[in-house]
Design a protein around this ligand. Structure first.
Ligand code: DGJ
Length: 727
């Protein structure tokens, strides 16, 4: 039986009992071939964390949860124990998962196990406060194919009085007690998103968060923690990603007792959620997993989860088509003849989806006006959009349209009619950013208006795709129309309504695909990935900068979601890189073209046509396969990524050299993840391989490696490997 088949049998055998309860010890075990996660009920009734790491085969090895001994009156046992979902109560002063204030002023909350239910791969554990007035229903789910566990919680008010939730986190993740942990996280800003940081974890707390209203350019809701200096292929890595596109918070805390805890969910900043008797409140979902084989495997596990269980359509979703987008070519100067001309040229190159960006509606000639008026601009498109869409379709391409539904320019008919629709505090300034204001999408009339015009656009036009943009962060997040105690719900309700519109649109228009964009990568997270097909990675399309943005992106998100365009040079940084380099960088994601095709020379056209044809050959491997980051651009003069198709028959190697110095050769690249016993036929498009053997074994490619001829500045190449035999 081949390895894949054995694995499949193992997985299916386990999934029948991927969750076990051992009554004698009151221990819960969540198992997969990748990892084991265990917790137990202590004699006091606390739900304590017991184990998270490499897969265990003998559940009897797990201890029962126990009450620890107080060290001193400053270090009580409650501070030493690792609770799965701690309330703020008793002498617990680490970051709580749940904090409330009751109407009568009582703020103490001690959650104890009440009951549980196992349902296939789901485990529901009910915790109750010792006074039985507050209930936390912990909802665990294990994905046996990756070992990733997801958690979310429903808080229920079981009492006769109201309370206010001040913090309701999705999960607390406890790491094994110990030293030598490092935290990896993604930070950045506009045009410099998803930069990878790696730093030691010390006592105290590190806060990763967004208070911006969206998941944000500045920090991304993903973390990885390794122990003992893991690398791409070795070492223990615990990782997680939060499925939320609004204000979020992940704290990484090391206590004085060598405990490392990650607590995350909705941001507690400006948060207050009233809950009346009988009402309930649901948190977003937080996914986390374990890799015994370094950061590379951690990413691959997350990518598999995203493609199989998160993205719309899951495993049946198509690979991303080659897209053309008009923005960098024309900015706001779109019109029918101009778009037709670009479409003609794009079709000849092999583009499959033509997207018209900003500028087609209202009085949208600059960013000063028009947002909110979603009717076609009659000067630019005197006969509406139909002739252009028909033309694009007749060229064999699908048509997509840019929208920015949540925003309004003060100079728009919408704002003149509904100035009360924007978020605001009455009598206070309304801060303009990019000359626009944010509609209060928490309002149901605004939600219905946005759904209404998007639905109309999708119904009246033959649209395959919306690029949904969001070009500013929140300010003055006031919601004066609801009672005072509900006004802070604006942050969460906004996101829930955003998701609802996306869900309803997809339901009503099953063929419609959506891109999440927020001035580049401001809204990228597992929450939005449930509703969209790709995300705009960054407004920075400069190919060398992109290597590092894409490296960080790939830590958390799969290549197929990573929209990547080839654009004109000189680009940001006043840098010019060769067209082939720009193509190869972009072909590591969902390839798009953003160049002004009217300026393409005959050679550019010839090269672009070849590269697009090549992309169509390799994209299944890149987008759906397993990524191995071989040389990181953040650490080397040469960057290299390798992708292997799921059936192991195809592999693709990309390499990029920044700048040669002292006439040196680039480093030898050791391939990874190949079958050592198989042989592979090597295909190159530019003869930059030192090795001249037409076929090489997996063992040789991984042990000896490949040597490339990369010279000068911004040189690049691609090697295709086709498996020819098993031995
Ligand atoms: C910001 C986006 O990131 C760009 O790609 C483009 O769509 C502009 N907005 C249009 O205003």
């Amino acid at each position: 039986m081949c390895r894949a088949a054995i694995f499949a049998v193992f997985v299916s055998a386990l999934s029948a009992q991927s969750i076990q309860f051992i009554p004698a010890k009151k221990v819960f075990v969540l198992s997969s071939p990748h990892s084991t996660y265990a917790m137990g009920v202590s004699p006091d009734g606390e739900l304590q964390h017991l184990y998270w790491g490499a897969a265990l085969w003998r559940v009897d090895d797990l201890p029962a949860a126990e009450r620890k001994r107080d060290i001193s009156s400053f270090d009580p046992h409650e501070m030493l124990e690792a609770e799965e979902y701690p309330g703020w109560g008793g002498p617990r002063f680490y970051e709580p998962a749940l904090k409330i204030t009751r109407a009568d002023g009582d703020r103490d909350l001690v959650l104890h196990y009440a009951s549980h239910k196992i349902d296939g791969d789901r485990l529901l554990i009910t915790l109750r406060d010792i006074k039985e007035d507050v209930e936390a229903n912990l909802d665990y789910r294990i994905y046996p194919d990756t070992g990733i566990v997801s958690r979310r919680v429903q808080i229920v008010n079981r009492s006769k009085q109201a309370f206010t939730i001040e913090s309701a986190q999705s999960a607390t993740w406890n790491l094994p007690e110990g030293d030598g942990y490092r935290l990896s996280y993604l930070s950045g800003r506009w045009a410099a998103e998803t930069q990878l940081n790696r730093e030691p974890i010390h006592e105290g707390m590190k806060v990763l968060e967004s208070r911006l209203g969206e998941s944000g350019h500045n920090l991304n809701p993903w973390f990885a923690i390794d122990q003992g200096n893991a690398d791409e292929q070795h070492g223990s890595v615990w990782f997680g990603a939060l499925a939320w596109s609004g204000n979020w918070r992940i704290t990484v805390e090391q206590t004085p007792y060598k405990q490392v805890r990650v607590t995350g969910g909705l941001n507690t900043f400006d948060f207050a959620q009233p809950l009346n008797p009988g009402q309930s409140f649901d948190t977003p979902e937080f996914f986390a997993g374990y890799s015994a084989n370094g950061f590379g495997e951690a990413s691959r596990l997350l990518h598999n989860l995203e493609r199989t269980h998160i993205e719309p359509g899951g495993a049946t979703a198509r690979v991303r088509p080659v897209l053309y987008n008009s923005w960098e070519a024309t900015e706001f100067n779109v019109d029918e003849p101009g778009q037709r001309a670009l479409a003609d040229k794009a079709a000849k190159l092999g583009v499959e989806l033509f997207v018209m960006d900003d500028g087609w509606f209202g009085k949208r000639n600059t960013d000063n006006a028009g947002l909110g008026d979603w009717t076609v601009n009659p000067q630019k498109f005197p006969n509406g959009l139909k002739p252009l869409i028909d033309h694009v379709n007749s060229l064999g391409m699908d048509f997509g349209l840019w929208v920015e539904p949540e925003m309004v320019n003060p100079d728009s008919d919408l704002y003149r009619a509904h100035p009360d629709w924007v978020m605001n505090f009455p009598g206070r300034p309304r801060s303009l950013l990019r000359n626009q204001l944010v509609l209060n999408l928490a309002r149901s009339d605004v939600r219905d208006y946005i759904f209404g015009f998007l639905d109309k656009l999708a119904t009246e036009n033959h649209l395959r795709y919306f690029k949904w943009d969001m070009n500013r962060i929140f300010a003055e997040p006031g919601w004066p129309d609801v009672p005072l105690d509900q006004q802070k719900e604006i942050w969460r309700q906004y996101v829930l309504n955003y998701y609802e519109i996306l869900r309803r649109l997809r339901e009503k228009h099953p063929n419609l695909e959506i891109e999440s964009c927020s001035g580049g990568g401001g809204r990228i997270d597992l929450g939005v990935l449930r509703y969209v097909d790709e995300v705009w990675t960054s407004d920075n399309t400069e190919a060398f900068d992109r290597l590092r943005i894409q490296e960080g992106f790939s830590e958390a998100y799969a290549a197929k979601f990573m929209s990547a365009w080839v654009t004109d040079v000189p680009n940001m940084n006043h840098r010019s890189t060769p067209l082939s380099y720009r193509f190869l960088v972009a072909m590591q994601g969902a390839l798009g073209i953003g160049s002004n095709l009217n300026k393409f020379s005959a050679e550019d056209t010839e090269l672009a046509t070849k590269m697009i044809a090549l992309d169509k050959r390799i994209r299944e491997t890149v987008q759906m396969g397993d990524l191995y980051r071989l040389l990181l651009p953040s650490e080397n003069d040469t960057a290299s990524n390798q992708y292997i198709s799921k059936d192991g028959k195809e592999a693709v190697l990309f390499a990029f050299r920044h700048s040669q110095e002292y006439n040196t050769a680039p480093p030898t690249i050791h391939l990874a993840g190949l079958d050592p016993k198989a042989t592979y036929k090597l295909e190159t498009i530019d003869n930059k391989l030192v090795e001249k053997q037409p076929e090489l074994s997996g063992a040789y490619l991984m042990q000896n490696g490949l040597n490339l001829i990369l010279r000068g500045d911004f040189d690049s190449t691609i090697v295709l490997l086709h498996r020819v035999s098993k031995d």
